[in-house]
Design a protein around this ligand. Sequence first.
Ligand code: ADP
Ligand code: MG
Length: 615
Amino acid sequence: MADLIHLLPDHVANQIAAGEVVQRPASVVKELLENAVDAGATEIKLIVKDGGKALIQVVDDGSGMSETDARMSFERHATSKIRSAEDLFQLHTKGFRGEALASIAAIAHVDLQTRPADEEVGTHIRIEGSKIISQEAEVCPQGTSISVKNLFFNIPARRNFLKSNAVEFRHITDEFHRVALAHPGISFQFYHNGSELFHLDATTLRKRITAIFGHRMDEKLVPVEEETQVVEISGFICKPEYAKKSRGEQFFFVNDRFIKSSYLHHAVASAFEGLLKPDVHPGYFLYLQVDPNSIDINIHPTKTEVKFDDEHSLYAILRAAVKHGLGQFHLAPMLDFEKDQNLETPYAYRNKEAEVPGISVNRGFNPFEENSSRISYQGGYQKKSAEGWENLFVDLESGSQKQDSFSSVHFESEVVTGSIFPDAEGDEPSEGTTFQLRRKYIVTTIRSGMLIIDQQRAHQRVLYEKFLRSMTVKESLSQQLLFPVALHFSPNERHILAELSDHLQALGFVFEDTEDDDIAVKGLPPMVPEKEVASVLDGLISGYKQGNEGNLSQSDMLAKAMCSAVSVKTGDRMDRVSQLALVNDLFACKESMLSPFNKPIFITLTENEIDNKFK
Ligand code: ADP
Ligand code: MG
């Protein structure tokens, strides 16, 4: 039989290897930035066009390369960073595989200019798809400049697979943040489509963090320091009250290399236990220094995972260090989100016998007074979370009139409406009567039996359709704020908001950029209460990030994120008028069976079914 096996030509092997190293423009950015760091640069400039699809260029003032090295650097497995397998356990550089430049050159047009300090003339090499197009001596500054154009020009399938420029740009920004945070001592500049996004001077870690995430970050940071034989931990955690719905600011660095580790994340999260509201995530910037001998970073080609020798001790030390950090700043005892003041027994009442409560009668009550239902029970217990709820049903179009009747409804004590004034119609509640069950369901009677509605899902559905409508019709109602609310967002988040600005405007948001990188909110959709605006936008951004990975349309994604952010939640008390309004609105929806997230909204229980239960 004839021999079948042959070696693949280099350019094919390189193309295949490239698939592992270069998944998207952001991977190129990471490799080039890390090479510049490894070359000992003190200033690094990143220039990107069209989300990296048109151009990625990194300019550094590092060691530069000799003519021979410049040529060698594009060979596969060519590296100056390790010589033997043992060196892998003594790594002090980011790179070591010698694959990046070879891979990038296999799938793009690459232009390299480089000059080491001890030479007067530098080298200029152009390569396209592993083929050297030209090489010449050239006068250039000390250091290296590499530009990468037309990424994936020879792999159309990969090129088509890339996401929009905006999404690719966001991935690039993430990589840039990671490298810039790992090396506060190096100065970085970042340009996208000709405008300078970041100009970071060499500084301390704390200042680097605030330079990237905004000066407001400063007040959120709490230092963490711990030195043990196994690991040295330093960095910052964000105070629990600033925890966010999006997982944005969570960074681990091991020996100055950004890593992901759900195990270490768990250690940090567990130190925050009891200090965070549900659904929010703690922020952190934690730097671990360990003996290079005790880790293996070799297990993943894109190198964001690390294997530690002694994971368990690391977990325990990290958790303790974070707890210590929280405690030192007296944060732990101060905060208590979980407790409901209304359920606390005052100390003087503990261990006392319960007494039968006296009945108090409202002597001023006159059942014939026209607006009798508006009398609010003095001293009646009013749950905070229900405040402002009435706004939620303000109709976008026929606003003012309806708002009047709703906003005058007070949240009455259930005792008043329930038992003191029984239903005039007799023993059976009339159709359209509703009540709330466990602050979760609205129960109402229908001809054939009863209907049990999930209040949160129902409201999501109502709002979802309303939001979609106002985005397509584009005739929004905006509630102007007397004093604009200043909100702070990271550049990345501002970018998302800018991308969504058309839709957000259609919903009723009015924004303005301010000088110090804040966003001033001047108008809101009528159903967003002013004090919720930060958390609503936060929810929108994180919803958008998630939605982007699937292929939802922008408006659909936005409507979903908005409706889950502002809807009534399980646990919210609703007064009768709101209950009834919700039921009516629900059945006016195009789709009243399923929530926007495809969950059933209500169930029915027919008389027959009830009868059967009694058999
Ligand atoms: P690795 O970083 O794993 O060694 P690369 O393919 O990224 O592999 O780079 C190959 C070699 O090219 C590096 O080992 C280094 O010697 C050289 N090199 C790459 N980029 C630079 C740079 N910006 N400045 C100086 N030398 C560089
Ligand atoms: Mg490298």
